[in-house]
Design a protein around this ligand. Structure first.
Ligand SMILES: C[S@@+](CC[C@H](N)C(=O)[O-])C[C@H]1O[C@@H](n2cnc3c(N)ncnc32)[C@H](O)[C@@H]1O
Length: 234
């Protein structure tokens, strides 16, 4: 059963599903980051949390992985064609312990409340096999805007919220939560091993010296964490 926060998130995604892309390019910087984090995916079983229209799940399937997507938004999920999928919350996953080699979540955790985020990390750890990797791509709260590098990205988002251009209204019950990279790293370290934070460089950021030289100013961040008990554990 969905909680109120998730009900609001699901209804906003379903209502605004046309805003979201259904495909991802083979050289997409987030996809390349995920592939680097997970390693060769052929033959792996991967869970995509908050898969939306399934664009990353399909990209991983094209590379030979068996991918299952879950999402709380029915209309988004309906467009995730070509991917085995289930309508479910990442807080309570309908899968057995240790049933996945990797779990990914792209721009999904930022839509969860703190309790949902905590439960999601717990569930990701539960369904990962020992040594399996969790890869989260989300936004860095300390980023600068790629279009206007004198402006923090969160300020740009706030302006959009106030103008009614963001997917959640300025004074609504749900806000997108961006992360301090070190804070999410610490949350991961409570459950996982070898947590790594990687700053992804978007095409727009690549155009500017500032972002090439100052990774901490980049928006998209990749957190990679390993479930305990893997072969590499010293
Ligand atoms: C911005 S979309 C990203 C979709 C997809 N990962 C992509 O990058 O194309 C975020 C998705 O996360 C889903 N979501 C948010 N909270 C969730 C939760 N607790 N469990 C499952 N899905 C969730 C939303 O319904 C939405 O489809």
């Amino acid at each position: 059963m969905k909680n109120l926060h998730e009900a609001e998130v699901a209804s906003r995604f379903d209502a605004q599903r046309r805003r979201f892309k259904s495909a991802v390019a083979d050289d997409d910087y987030r996809l390349l980051g995920l592939l680097d984090a997970v390693g060769p995916v052929r033959g792996l079983t991967i869970l995509d949390l908050g898969c939306g229209k399934g664009r990353f799940a399909r990209a991983l399937r094209r590379r030979g992985a068996a991918v299952i997507g879950v999402d709380i938004a029915a209309a988004m999920l309906a467009e995730a064609t070509g991917v085995p999928r289930a309508r479910a919350s990442s807080r309570r996953l309908p899968f057995r312990d240790a049933s996945f080699d990797a779990v990914i979540a792209v721009e999904a955790v930022e839509h969860m409340d703190p309790a949902g985020c905590e439960a999601t990390l717990r569930e990701a750890r539960r369904v990962l096999r020992p040594g399996g990797r969790l890869a989260i791509v989300d936004k860095n709260v300390a980023a600068l805007s790629a279009r206007r590098p004198w402006l923090p990205s969160v300020a740009e988002k706030r302006i959009d919220e106030l103008r009614g251009r963001w997917m959640y209204p300025a004074w609504g019950p749900v806000r997108e939560r961006w992360f301090w990279p070190s804070r999410l790293r610490r949350a991961l370290e409570r459950r996982f091993e070898r947590v790594d934070v990687r700053r992804l460089l978007s095409p727009a950021e690549r155009e500017r010296w500032l972002f090439r030289r100052l990774p901490a100013a980049r928006l998209m961040t990749l957190w990679v964490a390993e479930a305990p008990g893997g072969r590499n554990v010293q």
